[in-house]
Design a protein around this ligand. Structure first.
Ligand code: CUA
Length: 326
């Protein structure tokens, strides 16, 4: 009996793990709240159905010990098989349909254009009325309490954009722009993930999602629009020289310098991001060294070549330079 009770507790234990930065059950956005509510309603409906069906099963398994009544059997089939499921599913459908229009509402003010690359995210911010985007990568920042428009594109193959704590997911399709809007309800750091199989490193295509107070966001965006700061230390200057000598600027842009490549992520403010390699490594000097030395070991199939031919001191200087680009 005790073992059965413990088994019954298992689902609750599993659900208790559904928290944290990448969970639909810890909503931090208006759309995610709807999804979480819908989930609990669906779960409630499923539990009621499960109990009823098992009750019926136990009831009919004992029926041969009672006098057979065709009318009771008919009532069971019509009531349990048609009326009850129609009622439960009808209520769930009505609830879901009433919530759906809110999720289609367009955003106002800020537009964030996100493009799925292999296997990272190109991110462009277009504040209201702006024609030139502020280019960033691998991190989405949004102001709290405002509905922002998210336009989605894909380069080469399909991806899917999902920040579980903020809202539902939307596919990203090459040659066709899709859209969604998100309205965060509390500030914090969350995590997004590509949710459409897109190749070798699909599972390693994540990103940080940072929700900020509107004034902090405005301040951050203004800073993000600025060109890169000059390297402040001797070591960082040496790193910048390695960056130039190795031709990193052919693929990466660092605004304010000669580096203007668009093949890889924009690195103008890379040191200010919460993570490296699209949500896979922490933004630290060691992680930068590890990534630059051998990206293939971190993200199989990544287009970035390895720089393991560089002496450790050069790699370290490069990492210090990039970490300083905040
Ligand atoms: Cu991109 Cu999966």
């Amino acid at each position: 009996m005790r073992r059965r009770a413990l088994l019954a507790l298992l689902p609750i234990l599993l659900l208790s793990a559904c928290g944290g930065v990448q969970s639909v059950l810890g909503p931090a956005g208006r759309d995610a709240e709807v999804i979480a509510t819908l989930f609990w309603w669906m779960l409630g409906g499923a539990v009621v159905l499960w109990l009823l069906m098992n009750g019926l099963l136990i009831f009919v398994s004992r029926i041969d010990r009672r006098p057979y009544s065709p009318r009771a059997a008919e009532a069971l089939i019509i009531g349990g098989g048609i009326v009850f499921p129609t009622l439960v599913l009808g209520i769930l459908l009505a609830f879901a349909l009433s919530e759906m229009p809110r999720q289609r509402e367009p955003g106002s003010g800020l537009t964030v254009r996100v493009t799925g690359e292999s296997w990272w995210w190109r991110v462009e911010y277009l504040p209201d009325g702006a024609s030139d985007p502020v280019v960033a990568a691998n991190e989405i920042r949004l102001p709290v309490g405002q509905r922002s428009e998210i336009t989605l594109n894909a380069h080469r193959v399909i991806h899917s954009f999902w920040i579980p704590a903020l809202g539902g997911k939307t596919d990203m399709i090459p040659g066709r722009e899709t859209r969604m809007s998100l309205e965060p309800t509390r500030a914090g750091e969350f995590r997004g993930q590509c949710t459409e199989f897109c190749g070798e490193s699909h599972a390693l295509m994540a990103f940080g999602a940072v929700v900020m107070e509107p004034e902090d966001f405005a301040e951050w965006l203004a800073k993000e629009a600025e060109p890169a700061t000059s390297p402040a230390t001797e070591e960082a200057r040496r790193g910048a020289a390695v960056f130039r000598a190795e031709g990193c600027g052919a693929c990466h842009a660092v605004r304010g310098t000669a580096a203007s490549g668009r093949v890889g992520p924009d690195l103008t403010h890379v040191g200010g991001r919460v993570s490296l390699a699209a949500g896979i490594l922490p933004m630290t000097e060691d992680a930068l060294v590890r990534w630059i030395r051998d990206p293939e070991a971190v993200k199989p199939g990544a287009m970035m070549p390895g720089y393991d031919h560089l002496p450790d001191a050069d790699l370290r200087a490069l990492a210090i330079y990039l970490e300083g680009l905040t």
